[in-house]
Design a protein around this ligand. Structure first.
Ligand code: 5RP
Length: 278
């Protein structure tokens, strides 16, 4: 791996632990102003200090994140379909590597739709993106996208999709956790894996469990969105996720971190008004 590429990768996957908490806020590229991400600037700001990388599109980056922000950017460079279409796999590259470099990103990410009508195009595009990434020293994250089919994606599918992305040369694979056989997904994939959270669980604990199991079975981190910013306590939630990822906390310990973070995060308005006797 060339120095520049390795350096960029190390900005996202922290050398101290070999792990990463990536915060995914790229959902608007096909979902629009989805719940919790109506105003990306407001959602992102309080979470920035706690993520190792921020995954988003160039539009939200330019409009909603200050160029002075001290956070590595994982730029989504694919798109072209919306939630209104039946075929979410009809994506192409929508952002050039020139623009990614201009934005000084730490990495680029694109979705690959294995088994879909656009399998061929998305795999070939991944290969081309990796060529560009190797030329310019920019790591590429291959996303094993599932469209509307998440429930149907088992270890066999995720192994296949992850391995294909790694074979195309992706430097990191973002995939989904599966209850059975996730260790096989990791074992069969020569590139490091980060897991998405998927749709919001009923409880924060379930998302913490997902992160914990995935890390135990070999993932190097998470690239999580909805289970953080749709939580009632997004800052506490990302701090709990950090504890699992970087401090190897158990789910119980992470819940303790969360409870403590809830107590210490911005006091309720009433308690910030100086008391008359103070
Ligand atoms: C959107 C994405 C998301 O970044 C990915 O799904 C992670 O977010 P979440 O944890 O909400 O699933 O690729 O297309």
């Amino acid at each position: 791996m060339d120095w520049g590429l390795k350096n960029r990768l190390s900005r996202m996957i922290k050398p101290a632990t070999g792990r990463s908490v990536m915060l995914a806020v790229d959902h608007g590229y096909f979902m629009g102003p989805t719940h919790g991400l109506e105003n990306p600037r407001t959602t992102i700001a309080p979470l920035l200090p706690y993520c190792d990388a921020l995954a988003l599109t160039r539009g939200v980056l330019r409009q909603c994140v200050e160029p002075t922000a001290d956070v590595p950017i994982l730029l989504r460079v694919s798109g072209g379909a919306s939630v209104l279409t039946e075929d979410l796999s009809h994506e192409d590259l929508t952002t050039s590597m020139d623009d990614a470099v201009r934005l000084n990103v730490a990495g680029v990410a694109m979705s690959v739709f294995v088994g879909s009508a656009h399998e061929h195009a998305t795999l070939v595009n991944l290969g081309k993106l990796v060529d560009e990434g190797e030329r310019l020293g920019v790591p590429v994250v291959g996303i094993t996208a599932v469209g509307k089919e998440l429930q149907k994606r088992d270890a066999r599918y995720l192994s296949l999709a992850s391995r294909l992305c790694a074979e195309m040369g992706a430097h990191v694979i973002k995939t989904y956790y599966c209850e059975e056989g996730f260790d096989k997904v990791v074992d069969g994939c020569p590139a490091p894996i980060v897991v998405a959270g998927g749709p919001k669980f009923n409880s924060d604990k379930e998302a913490l469990e997902l992160a914990h199991h995935a890390l135990e079975l070999g993932a190097v981190g998470v690239d999580m969105g909805r289970n953080i910013w749709q939580s009632e306590h997004p800052v506490a939630m990302i701090r709990a996720i950090r504890a699992i990822v970087h401090d190897k906390a158990t789910v119980k310990e992470a819940l303790d971190v969360m409870a403590e973070a809830k107590r210490s995060t911005v006091a309720p308005v009433a308690s910030r008004v100086p008391s008359p006797t103070a």
